[in-house]
Design a protein around this ligand. Structure first.
Ligand code: UDP
Length: 270
């Protein structure tokens, strides 16, 4: 089998050269990291589930006119995407206080914010992705004013749309992280949504029980992370059911068995 050229390996994904110029293949790993990669582990089947969830979310966002890098899913762990010039900023959208904002400002986790908050972090592993102000972005030229306006408007739109999707399956979208990239057309560029949207980069709480259905289960050593990710996929209608007869494949090799979610009743929706 011919080996594809690897362009980049990140913490949870690998990028390979795509079949046509301007395309890449995004491969989803099971590797999980937290606290700026100080904690490392694996969430069994995560890559398969995140590939599906991200495909679903990006496709639905595309239907409402949000431009994204997603072209199509290729197989259990890979999707074809447009190559972009990544803007070195993480946009965090917050509806409810949790995680770093609770620590930084002493706001109790679970406290709804007076209104949706956008935060910007500089993408730099060596610096631990520091929180930055819009002034830093302008000062160092990481994005133009127009790009900032486009990213902010798109992030709010994504938040409103996703909050509705998740609310309809009894999940509260607490916060999430977005990344954007530039695509060039001659001298002109525009900003499109890139990376992924999955329980790796979102806080998702069951609306009835408050149960965490996201990477905090891994960060906080709670266990049941694979089941939580699968539960999100199941509620989105991406797995047929939890009785072992669905079409998913946790290993992505066509040989996986379905873990019995009934053993994890606590994760089930009401
Ligand atoms: N997040 C992410 N990647 C990062 C930092 C944060 O996907 O490098 C997501 C995280 O999963 C959460 C939201 O962004 O949904 C806000 O994260 P927070 O700032 O609270 O950081 P944490 O304390 O979780 O690292």
């Amino acid at each position: 089998m011919s080996r594809r050229r690897q362009i980049y390996e990140g913490k949870a994904k690998i990028l390979y050269e795509g079949p046509e110029p301007g395309t890449l293949i995004q491969y989803f790993k099971d590797d999980a990291t937290a606290f700026n990669a100080q904690k490392k582990g694996m969430i069994q089947g995560k890559g398969v589930i995140n590939n599906r969830i991200s495909e679903y979310v990006f496709t639905r966002l595309g239907h409402i006119g949000v431009p994204t890098h997603f072209i199509r899913r290729l197989n259990m762990r890979e999707q074809l995407i447009r190559q972009v010039e990544i803007i070195p900023i993480e946009v965090v959208v917050r509806n409810v206080a949790a995680g770093s904002i609770s620590k930084r400002l002493g706001i109790a986790e679970g406290e709804p914010l007076p209104h949706t908050l956008l935060e910007y972090y500089y993408k730099d592993d060596a610096l631990g992705d520091p929180l930055i102000a819009e002034e830093h972005i302008a000062c160092f030229g990481w994005a133009s004013n127009e790009e900032m306006q486009d990213m902010a408007a798109m992030s709010i739109r994504v938040n409103d749309f996703l909050s509705g999707i998740f609310a309809s399956i009894n999940i509260r979208l607490v916060d999430f992280k977005l990344e954007y990239g530039r695509i060039w057309d001659g001298d002109f560029s525009r900003v499109i949504l890139a990376d992924e949207i999955s329980p790796d980069g979102c806080r998702l709480w069951d609306m009835t029980t408050g149960e965490k259905l996201d990477k905090d289960r891994f960060r906080r050593d709670m266990g049941g992370e694979s089941e939580a990710y699968r539960e999100v996929a199941r509620r989105l209608g991406l797995l047929q059911d939890d009785n072992g007869s669905d079409d998913s494949d946790p290993d992505g090799r066509g040989t996986g068995t379905i873990s019995d979610l009934s053993k994890h009743r606590k994760l089930r929706g009401k």
